[in-house]
Design a protein around this ligand. Structure first.
Ligand SMILES: [Zn+2]
Length: 143
């Protein structure tokens, strides 16, 4: 399970809407606890791909990931997952996503339909890397 605040959920949705019709991406920073993850902060990253490719793919540049990891460490947090949007597509990871994912992390995908964020789902890769399993999202109260 991944636990986030309602404000994180809306930050990811707003980012997806802002970057529509392109994919947005970012990191989720927080803590691993007994196999679960708790998100403390979202960390927006720009999409590194060329304009034409941005519609279908997302990629975080290594230097951006390193900057995000450094920022997390300074705050005593870990990178617990990644989020990205699927403009006019389902909130289900693609084959490309599977090929570029790592186990342990959470992958949140938000569907953005005609500019409005819709479905938001979280996924975790099977240890043998053959597929994603849907992961429960727990919303915790703001206080
Ligand atoms: Zn994707």
């Amino acid at each position: 399970m991944i636990e986030l605040k309602a404000s994180h959920d809306s930050e990811i949705r707003r980012h997806g809407e802002r970057d529509y019709p392109f994919e947005c991406c970012g990191l989720m920073l927080g803590r691993f606890q007994d196999g679960d993850k708790t998100v403390v902060e979202t960390y927006a990253i720009s999409n590194a791909r060329e304009e034409e490719a941005k519609r279908n793919r997302f990629l975080i540049r290594p230097e951006e990931l390193m900057r995000g990891e450094k920022y997390a460490r300074e705050k005593g947090l870990d990178v617990v997952g990644f989020y990205h949007s699927h403009p006019d597509d389902r909130a289900v990871p693609s084959q490309y996503d599977l090929e570029h994912a790592w186990p342990t992390y959470s992958y949140i995908v938000v569907a953005v339909e005609e500019g409005s964020a819709a479905d938001l789902r979280s996924w975790e890769m099977e240890a043998d890397r053959t597929r994603f399993n849907e992961e429960e999202i727990g919303l915790r109260s703001e206080i």
